[in-house]
Design a protein around this ligand. Structure first.
Ligand code: ZN
Length: 169
């Protein structure tokens, strides 16, 4: 088990596009496990590989509530196959945008395909918090943060705060 360092905005790595995983190797499986450890430690409900400085299309998610059994999901090369026209609004946060939250509107339901840690293909229908979280994490693989979905004014307020927090470190 390893806790990895989480990059925070405005780190340039967070704006880069991640590469597909060609082959699911032990190295990828270790990355997935370390990412889950890091996410639970933070704590958070989702983490994408670019957030720990690895530009690969790998994400982990666990949207189980505090009083529920953990339900970790590991996704390699996740891809949104379909998104509903209906949208939902959630207050989102991000481990790479510490202490900042903002309402983001996204499709309410999505169909997602991905490979698991054994290289087996899956397709799932996600709604509610899981749908939001999957879209948020896949955004990371494209170099997009949730603050890129909000108004310019709100975004610059958050970025100013983050820059101040970094300087204070
Ligand atoms: Zn995030």
């Amino acid at each position: 088990m390893a806790i990895l360092d989480i990059l925070t905005a405005p780190d340039p790595v967070l704006k880069k596009k991640a590469d597909p995983v060609e082959e699911v190797t032990d190295e990828i499986r270790t990355l997935l496990d370390d990412m889950l450890d890091t996410m639970y430690d933070a704590p958070g409900i989702g983490l994408a590989a670019p957030q720990v400085g690895v530009l690969k299309r790998v994400i982990v998610i666990d949207v189980a509530g505090d009083d529920e059994e953990p339900a970790p999901v590991k996704m390699i090369n996740p891809e949104i196959l379909w998104a509903s026209d209906e949208t939902g609004i959630y207050e989102e946060g991000c481990l790479s945008v510490p202490k900042s939250f903002s309402e983001v509107e996204r499709p309410e339901r999505v169909k997602v395909k991905y490979l698991d840690e054994n290289g087996t293909a899956h397709e799932i229908d996600a709604d509610g918090l899981l749908a939001t979280c999957v879209q948020h994490e896949i955004d990371h693989l494209e170099g997009t943060l949730f603050i890129d979905h909000i108004s310019r004014i709100k975004r610059s307020m958050i970025m100013r705060k983050l820059t101040k927090m970094k300087k204070a470190d």
